[in-house]
Design a protein around this ligand. Structure first.
Ligand code: DGL
Length: 265
């Protein structure tokens, strides 16, 4: 593995672009290859075996692009597959759960922490266990919010339907007085405006993207893989290209997307 290789990033769809955006900001000398498995999204409703199979295929595809490091920018795949992938592949692989857990525990003053994610992520207990390991006193309230993923993929980030979904999900959920809510799905930061409005100012939203990007930087420095030369660029592969992807993707990344390539699965 050389410094010149790109960093591979994958998600079930466009949610991982929220992580790519932070990576591009914090690692300006790096190149990135992003794969969004838009033909098979959502992962969050699928079995662990299926998510593991898709994740292995995604890692193999990224390895074919000669990447030097892989970021699993999907909480569902991080929860179900990352430990196995780390054992099976020789490349460094980082998921988003550990950075999210750390950020949540650091931000909370009351140790009452809410976590929302896909059904798969919440069922795995990865956040609940991770938070309790770092802060044994913590009370963790966890709730799956599966409808947020198709709403985000559809670009319905702030519509009455999105707000109604948020109000329905959070009805009763906030009664225990959480002071931090972990957005435990990389699609959810896209709905942060609505989610923040519904949960109110007293609850800090934690998005693991920033912490993940810092962790990638630390790992590259440690392994002497940080590229400081060429200006960073990125290539996006999708397993299905929706007609409005360019527009949606550019809104998330806040920069032009030069080209989008199809990678059929
Ligand atoms: N964005 C992904 C996550 O962080 C997956 C959403 C899905 O495919 O269900 O979990």
């Amino acid at each position: 593995m050389t410094k010149d290789g790109a960093i591979g990033v994958f998600d079930s769809g466009i949610g991982g672009l929220t992580v790519l955006k932070e990576l591009l900001t914090r690692l300006p000398g790096e190149s990135f290859v992003y794969f969004g498995d838009t033909a098979r999204v959502p992962y969050g409703t699928k079995s662990v075996e299926t998510v593991l199979r898709f994740s292995r295929e995604n890692v193999t595809f990224l390895l074919d692009q000669s990447v030097k490091f892989i970021v699993v920018a999907c909480n569902t795949a991080s929860a179900s597959a990352v430990p196995r992938l780390q054992r099976e592949f020789r490349i460094p692989i980082l998921g988003v759960i550990e950075p999210g857990v750390r950020a949540a525990v650091e931000r909370s003053r009351t140790s009452k922490i809410g976590v929302i994610g896909t059904a798969g992520t919440i069922r795995s207990g990865a956040y609940q266990n991770g938070i309790k390991q770092l802060d044994p006193q913590a009370e963790v309230m966890a709730k799956p919010c599966p409808l947020f993923v198709p709403l985000a993929e559809e670009g319905w980030v702030d519509t009455p339907v999105t707000e109604l979904a948020a109000r329905t999900y959070f009805d009763g959920f906030l009664d225990d007085g959480i002071d931090v809510l972990v957005l435990g799905c990389t699609h959810y930061p896209l709905l942060a405006g609505v989610i923040g409005r519904v949960v109110g100012d007293g609850v800090a939203l934690v998005d693991s993207a920033v912490e993940t990007a810092s962790e990638v930087r630390r790992a590259l420095e440690r392994d002497d893989l940080l590229s400081e030369g060429a200006p960073g660029d990125f290539t996006i592969y999708l397993s299905d290209i929706a007609p409005d992807f360019q527009q949606v993707g550019e809104r998330i990344l806040e920069r032009p997307i030069p080209d989008v390539r199809l990678r059929p699965v």
